[in-house]
Each structure stands twice: as structure tokens, then as C-alpha cells.
Design a protein around this ligand. Structure first.
Ligand code: SF4
Ligand code: SF4
Length: 391
């Protein structure tokens, strides 16, 4: 179904939505960076946010610095606290935090203004956190979330966005078999076309029908939307041969890509330049490495504990490129050499995930390139291997 919403109705729609949803929207910060934030319910506080929402339009089209995974998988998360006053088991107490996120868990999350590539990324992290082991912390927060996608008519980061090569954007189309509930496409400064792709999307429109005009029978609108989408693809400047890269990675896995092979030589070159800061992985919407540690108040000396013992267990983002990530208690590190850690990063996205899930876990968002202080990114890696293959 196809609808239209006037620009002037966007604000009123949001004011209505915050009553029933935890609305998370891209908010421009003082330094002009854009971050996803939960919108407050109180009208006085909400007013301050409404003018800073950065949607995918000609006037405001920035990528969020931190991807949406942080809403369900925060950079630092308290898992539980514990306390004991003696060694007696019955006196050992564990408490879960009242809420594992700053979003109110009673209401589902509604992403307002998420980009198509980030919508794909949420599907990927969602699969990871329920594959084999169900991660309570992620899944309890992501239950029933809905994404109102805003297609990109112009790429937010022209030098690094390559979503059209990865098949995740800049706009989605049901005709191409792309799955989405609701997608907004800016028609002009006055409003947005709104497409629904599922019954859930139609139900959302029905529940908020006073803001939307039904255009489903208007052939001229359908044609206009098609033209806008075609233009969006033409506006993507960066293109890489994604499919060829996946084939090379798969072949590399079969052949073992010996130490003189193309892949290993590229990993070596990356390892020489990479400073292992981890920025690319923290900025990546599909990276999910984490570490867990205990922070205790009392001293623990060998097996003797000083009581009372109070502490908290915390989960924090980690990165597979850090040498400490795989270092074992013995000191041995199976990925001790830096090129093996570089390899892990690219092989995870382009070789293991396609083998396990049937699709790559790189969305082409380009954040890794934007974030990297030495200009290494997934697009540069793909170019390097596809352009030098069979030479
Ligand atoms: S690897 Fe880079 S381009 Fe791909 S999803 Fe992660 S940050 Fe985006
Ligand atoms: S951002 Fe660049 S330098 Fe930092 S770890 Fe990633 S590839 Fe290496």
C-alpha cells in the first residue's frame, strides 16, 4: 500500500507515538554529530528534541555515529549485582537491574527515521543473539520493535556508503524481494511517500490513519515514487563488486589461501597499517563481540575472600582485532599475529556469516571507513581483493 504524509504532520505523529512506543530517533547533537536517542514523553521535554530530529531528507541526512545495535546491546550494560555477608550460600543475593536499558521495557521500541542499511543490520544482530543461545539481555529489549525506515535519496556519506553494492539500500523495494514493514521516501520538502510492506505496517498506518493519505490507486504517485527510487540509486557514488568478493572469500576458504595467496597478502598489508584502535568495530552496526567482567568492592585474595563482598557483573563491547580478545589464561594467543586478527574481521563478515546465515553481515553502511584513522574500510578491502584477483 502507498500513502503520503505531509511534513507538517510528522511532528504531530511523533507526539502521538511517544505515548504508546519507546520512540528512538536520530537526534542532532551540539557538535552536529547525530546519535539515536529515546524521545521523552513529557511534551515540554519532547519539544526540545523535535527540532533536532535528523531524518533522511535533503536538509538533514546524516548517518548516526553509533549504529542502532546500541539500543538493544549497549556499549556497557549492567547484567546483575550481587552481595554476600558470609560464605553461607543462602546469604548470597543476586539482583537484576530494574531495567536493562534506558528505554521503558513495558513499551516496544519504535525506530523513527532509521536508514535501510541499519534496518538490515538489526535483523543481523537479532539473528546472532538468538542463534544457538538466546541472549536474554538483547532479546528482552528488542521484543516487538518496529522500524520506520527513511530511504536515502542522497547518501549521507558519499565517499563511504556502498549499500547499493551490498543490496541493503539506498531504498528498499518489495519487487526486489526486500522485506520491510514501513518505508518513508521524501517526495519533496513538503512530505513523504509512505510504503507498507507487511500487515504490521498496514496496522500501524490504520492506527494512525489521520496523518496519512491513501495513494494506492494513484498511478501517477506510484510512477513518481519509482522515479525517485531510481534517482536514489544513481546518487550512490561508491560501488564495489560485492558478489565477486563473496566468491573470492569462499574460494579462499576452500583452497586454504596459502601464505602467498591474495587474501593473506591483503590481510598482511592491512595489518601493517592498522593501529588496532577498534573504531571500525565499535562503529559497525553488525559487530557483536563483547566481554564480561566483575567489578567487586572487597578484595579477593586467592581463595580467601574478605566479606562483605559486593559486586556487579557488566558486559561491555569488545573487538576481535584486539590482541587481548583471544589471549588465553596461559598467555597463548591463537591469533597472536596481527594479520590473523585482520583476517578474522573480514572473514567473519564475508565468509563465515554467508556460510552460516546465507547472507553477508556487511550492510555497506561505510561506517568502518569513516571511523578509521588510517583509511581502512570494508569497501577498500573489497576493492583490493576484487581488483587484484586473477592478475
Ligand atoms: S563492515 Fe563496515 S561497511 Fe560493513 S556493516 Fe560494518 S561498518 Fe558497515
Ligand atoms: S579503525 Fe582502522 S586502525 Fe582502527 S582497528 Fe579498525 S582498521 Fe584498524
Amino acid at each position: 500500500m502507498l500513502y503520503f504524509i505531509e511534513q507538517t504532520n510528522i511532528k504531530n505523529l511523533i507526539i502521538d507515538l511517544v505515548k504508546r512506543w519507546n520512540v528512538v530517533a536520530p537526534i542532532e547533537q551540539d557538535g552536529k554529530d547525530v546519535l539515536l536517542e529515546k524521545l521523552p514523553e513529557s511534551s515540554e521535554k519532547l519539544e526540545k528534541y523535535l527540532g533536532r530530529i535528523s531524518l533522511n531528507s535533503k536538509t538533514a541526512n546524516k548517518q548516526t555515529l553509533i549504529p542502532p545495535k546500541e539500543i538493544f546491546f549497549p556499549q556497557s550494560e549492567l547484567m546483575f549485582t550481587y552481595s554476600t555477608h558470609s560464605t553461607a550460600k543462602k546469604e548470597f543475593k543476586i539482583e537484576s537491574p530494574a531495567s536493562t536499558t534506558d528505554t521503558d521495557t513495558a513499551k516496544p521500541v519504535l525506530f523513527f527515521g532509521i536508514k535501510p542499511c541499519d534496518y538490515y543490520a538489526l535483523n543481523i544482530t537479532g539473528s546472532f543473539f538468538k542463534n544457538g543461545f538466546e541472549d536474554f539481555y538483547y532479546l528482552s529489549k528488542s521484543k516487538n520493535y518496529l522500524a520506520l525506515i527513511f530511504g536515502c535519496i542522497t547518501p549521507p556519506e558519499p565517499e563511504s556508503c556502498f549499500c547499493s553494492s551490498a543490496g541493503t539500500g539506498p531504498v528498499l523495494s518489495k519487487e526486489k524481494g526486500q522485506d520491510f514493514d514501513i518505508q518513508f521516501i521524501e517526495e519533496n520538502a513538503g512530505g513523504y511517500f509512505v510504503e507498507t510492506g507487511t500487515d504490521r505496517g498496514d496496522e500501524f498506518i490504520k492506527a494512525n490513519s489521520r496523518y496519512f493519505k491513501d495513494l494506492s490507486d494513484r498511478k501517477s504517485s506510484v510512477k513518481r515514487l519509482k522515479d525517485i527510487k531510481e534517482r536514489a540509486f544513481k546518487n550512490i557514488e561508491l560501488s564495489v563488486d560485492f558478489e565477486k568478493a563473496l566468491t573470492i572469500m569462499e574460494e579462499g576458504a576452500r583452497s586454504g589461501d596459502t601464505s602467498t595467496g591474495l587474501l593473506n597478502s591483503v590481510y598482511g598489508k592491512i595489518a601493517d597499517r592498522c593501529i588496532y584502535c577498534g573504531s571500525c568495530l565499535y562503529a559497525c552496526p553488525t559487530c557483536t563481540c563483547f566481554n564480561i567482567y566483575d567489578s567487586t568492592e572487597s578484595t579477593v585474595v586467592a581463595s580467601e575472600r574478605t566479606f562483605p563482598l559486593n559486586g556487579e557483573r557488566v558486559r561491555v563491547w569488545d573487538a576481535c582485532v584486539f590482541s587481548g580478545y583471544t589471549r588465553e589464561a596461559s598467555g597463548h594467543n591463537p591469533r597472536g599475529e596481527s594479520y590473523t586478527r585482520a583476517a578474522r574481521r573480514y572473514e567473519h563478515k564475508l565468509k563465515y556469516d554467508p556460510a552460516v546465515y546465507g547472507r553477508s553481515s556487511c550492510t555497506g553502511c561505510g561506517r568502518c571507513l569513516t571511523a578509521c584513522p588510517v583509511n581502512i574500510g570494508m569497501s577498500t578491502f573489497i576493492r583490493e581483493i576484487t581488483e587484484n584477483h586473477e592478475k
